[in-house]
Design a protein around this ligand. Sequence first.
Ligand SMILES: N[C@H](CCC[C@H](N)C(=O)O)C(=O)O
Length: 276
Amino acid sequence: MLLNFTKMHGLGNDFIMIDAVSQNVFLTKEQIKKLADRNFGIGFDQLLMVEPPYDPDLDFHYRIFNADGSEVEQCGNGARCFAKFVRYRGLTNKTKINVSTKSGKITLYVEQDGQVTVNMGIPQLEPAKVPFKAQKQEATYIMLTEQQTVFCGVASMGNPHAVLDVPDVATADVHTLGPQLETHERFPEKANIGFMEVLNQHHIKLRVWERGAGETLACGTGACAAVVVGQLQKKLGQQVRVDLPGGSLQIRWNGPGTPVKMTGPAEHVFDGQLSL
Ligand SMILES: N[C@H](CCC[C@H](N)C(=O)O)C(=O)O
């Protein structure tokens, strides 16, 4: 069976996009993991499967799978690539697209300049809804070992995030602390771990160790979660430029109970065919 796919990226966070509207597709977790492999497969951080809508008010549904084959609730860079992909494939000519994912409904806007703005919905701030097993309400922290206590903020953008403040992202211990916190028992669904350097109230640098994918060049939901946590810590304003290793996103949030808006690019790389 031949399967058409498209390789895309959002600031270097790279995806395989699969049109499961005009193709009949079923991939096992093992097949996804193999396709994700950058030596034995195509290579990607996440695979997005675009399906017909579950709800007549929506245009599409899409499913998100990490490189480890796990299916997840939301993907910010993937959302922008989704919007460009469905227009590129001729599945729609809309510039305002309503879609559902495992975490719910979001609305995307393809701008004149080719960038995409996504209404990422209202972040969940209650630890139990992230989910995170908080031990004390006044401080969200995680005891890693007897010697080391790591302090962080937590938020859900549909998917779970922890955000640590660091003095310098370049020297942050992303590849040690990232996997330790990703799989820490206090995160029953695991978590994406952001390392945030606040430059000023409208500008941060961020690196993200992603659940199920490791450190990526950019993480859209991670950028949203970092701005949310930074605002709650009174360190950030309502409009923030987030510089990730792969490039910059514009994030806007007006505070608890309001949605997070994200604007950034989404690029087509190549089309391919898979024989399964
Ligand atoms: N690794 C994430 C999914 C992809 C998120 C990221 N690529 C983004 O742009 O938001 C998770 O397991 O929740």
